[in-house]
Design a protein around this ligand. Structure first.
Ligand SMILES: [Zn+2]
Length: 400
């Protein structure tokens, strides 16, 4: 199945009916040609640039709901292994594995775990959740299946209020655009302790837009009740929506081309993580309960100080010509992966974004994102230069 083609057709305008009309009368044809020439001569009115809107955010709960529908309710038996699976169940599981969201999930798992999750293996993990194949285990999701069902129902019920909220929070830091591609969010159930949400590039998801995958199994850990889980998830969705929207705008925003999502140029990579992950984390954390104890107005708090100290150390280590390539790669990975407060690139960038917005205003931070990571670091450099209490970005990174 050509998924790219499917998505392209699903999201593009239908063909003009004019191209399908049979030839009628010469007068009709001449009139049609004149109309077309006039239409071509008048430049079409360009839509006005606008911020990201709720209608740009598209939720798809089916991938998770389809898997959950295959499992019996808690206490309804059939939990013991090995259980007998009907051939129709197996066929349904194989078919689920072919859906765009599960293909994307399988590509992601394959890349993360360096193995191939075949059609048969994916189906087996669904029909026998006690199996672990290629690092995918649905046992925790199976055990929590009723909580997951409640979560999907709550998300469905609140989708109309969540989408504009997510768009407003993510779009706040992006320059307005004439045209936004959809921010597609696919909800899946996957392993626990793997990922909670991730933005995948189109080539990995087989789509034309970046895709946000949300692992609801992990979202169960966000809180004790469905309501608490949805509240926290809203922040995480805004975080990923920012990444997704930024990816689609990057080619037309000046200053991002020099900072790709690859570690070929280590310093540019760290700068990119600080701007991209930094602002995404600021979107995510600025309105969470307890944010006022993290973002301390006058003096950097311990988390802010630690992130900048680790950033300075990381920059020294990646510039050390004596160090081996493996160690350098590891240092770069730690910029945005690992325990939350140890992700030195994402966290120092989050505090830099907070300082820019609180000292220079929202418009300045948005302009910095429009200008790319170099502009973001320069702007923070000016804020830090005006207040000796603030932590500095290493000169090698900001080009200073
Ligand atoms: Zn992120």
């Amino acid at each position: 199945m050509n998924i790219t083609e499917r998505w392209w057709r699903a999201s593009s305008k239908p063909h003009s009916p004019l191209t399908l009309r049979p030839r009628r009368h010469p007068v009709f044809t001449v009139a049609l040609c004149v109309t077309l020439l006039v239409a071509l001569a008048i430049p079409a009115a360009r839509p006005a640039a606008r911020p990201l809107a709720g209608s740009d955010v598209v939720f798809d709960f089916r991938p998770a709901a389809d898997i959950l529908s295959m499992w019996p309710g808690v206490g309804k038996g059939a939990t013991e292994a090995p259980r007998r699976v009907r051939s129709s169940e197996r066929r349904a599981a194989l078919k689920l594995g072919q859906s765009p969201a599960h293909r994307a999930l399988r590509s992601f798992i394959a890349a993360e775990n360096r193995c191939v999750l075949t059609d048969d293996n994916f189906a087996r993990v669904v029909t026998h959740p006690d199996s672990t194949l290629c690092g995918l285990s649905l046992q925790p999701a199976y055990a929590d299946r009723d909580k997951l069902r409640a979560l999907v129902a709550e998300l469905r019920g609140r989708a109309d209020s969540l989408r504009p909220r997510i768009a407003a929070e993510a779009g706040r830091y992006l320059p307005p655009a004439e045209l936004w591609r959809p921010i597609r969010i696919w909800f899946v159930v996957s392993s626990r302790w793997s990922f909670d949400a991730v933005t995948l590039p189109p080539d990995m998801a087989g789509t034309v837009e970046p895709i946000v995958l949300v692992n609801l199994t992990e979202v169960i850990e966000y809180g004790a009740t469905t309501t608490e889980r949805v509240e926290t998830l809203a922040h995480v969705l805004a975080h990923e929506a920012f990444h997704s929207a930024l990816r689609q705008r990057e080619p037309v925003l000046g200053g991002w081309a020099k900072y790709p999502l690859s570690a070929r140029s280590p310093l540019n990579y760290i700068a990119r993580i600080m701007a991209d992950e930094g602002v995404a984390h600021w979107v995510d954390w600025r309105e969470r309960p307890g944010a006022d104890s993290i973002f301390t107005a006058r003096v950097p708090g311990p988390r802010e100080a630690k992130a900048f100290d680790q950033l300075a150390l990381a920059v020294r280590r990646v510039r050390d010509r004596g160090g081996d390539a493996g160690a350098r790669t590891e240092v770069l990975q730690m910029a945005s992966t690992g325990p939350l407060w140890s992700k030195y690139g994402a966290i120092s960038g989050m505090f830099a974004a907070y300082r820019i917005e609180s000292r220079l205003g929202l418009d300045s931070l948005r302009a910095a994102i429009g200008g790319g990571p170099g502009e973001f670091l320069k702007m923070y450099g000016r804020v830090a230069a005006a207040d000796t209490l603030l932590k500095r970005v290493p000169a090698a990174l900001s080009g200073g």
